[in-house]
Design a protein around this ligand. Sequence first.
Ligand SMILES: [Zn+2]
Ligand SMILES: [Zn+2]
Length: 383
Amino acid sequence: MINLNDTQISNLIKFRQTIHSLAELSGEEKQTANLIANRLRNLENFILSENVGGYSILAVYDSGKPGKTIMFRADIDALPIDEINNFEYKSINKNVAHKCGHDGHLTVLVGFAEWINLNPPKSGKIILLFQASEENGKGANNVLNDIAFTDINPDYVFAFHNLPGFPLNEIVIKEGTFTASVSSMIFRLKGKTSHAAEPENGINPTYAIAEIIDFIKELNIYEVEDPDFFLATPIYAKIGEKAYGTSAENAEIHYTFRAWESSLLENNLNFIKNKIQSIAENHQLEVYIETLDVFHNTNNHSEAVNLIREAAKKTNLDMKECQLPFKWGEDFGLFTQKFKGAMFCIGAGENSPALHHADYDFPDEIIATGISVFKNISILINK
Ligand SMILES: [Zn+2]
Ligand SMILES: [Zn+2]
């Protein structure tokens, strides 16, 4: 399948397990980035830029000959989840664990770098991006705004995510929107306290919160086949204090919203913001609205998808074309809004625990597959 022998594969598995045991949260991936950079420093054909927009790393291979610039990206951050697995490489950091498999994604990219170093392409450029802060939707934007990225203008961008519930090593692909556009919002309302015996002398935000909940619930379009699919998930709410003699003054409610396209999501969110402002006004409340964790939809370009299909075929992998996008958000989406590219998934096994579950672990069996597909994509583009 790929020119990696058993020793190289078991070496990569060991590396993945070391990264797994030292899991770090988004924005705090210092040690993870150091381990990656230390390993890449041995590869004389690459030039490294570290601390790109945080702890992201760029590794650039330039053949010096004309050709396409291809960027491959892996995410490197872990999640605030307490691992319940008991294997020897269990995360040593309490409440932090690699429960999305980014330890595996980055290992594939390291393995691919080592392959390129031994088999340097004769034309074009390869950019390997080890991206920090994927889970909070900040990393891609930080990388794009870093000076180290200024001169990088990829012709193509590629990434993969492992996918539990699908057969091991199956390639899952779709043209157009592949993952949803997702954004979270906090609505904070400020009224006025009064004695609980005289609520009419204060401004209690509770009834405005009730209106907001009803209003937002009506906006849901649950049918995933509908291009206007829109899902508003309530995440957190708080009203007043546990002081039974006082009518509430402050309230806040948090939501996560998703739609298939960033433009539709943005329109809906503007509509929601305006409506909430007028609800607050009607109740004489002050309102503060905060937007966070923005993920653009991954927009898979047909040409890039074709390259993935061909690369998978060359590797003799089963392929599944999905009809509908995935409902999760993926920070890689921002790159596909700016550059031609695509994300695909590699089946992590039908019995694998789901992503973000406390018992999940990246399946090492798909490391060679990931490297092989990346390798074939790069060969197809820069022949
Ligand atoms: Zn995740
Ligand atoms: Zn992930």
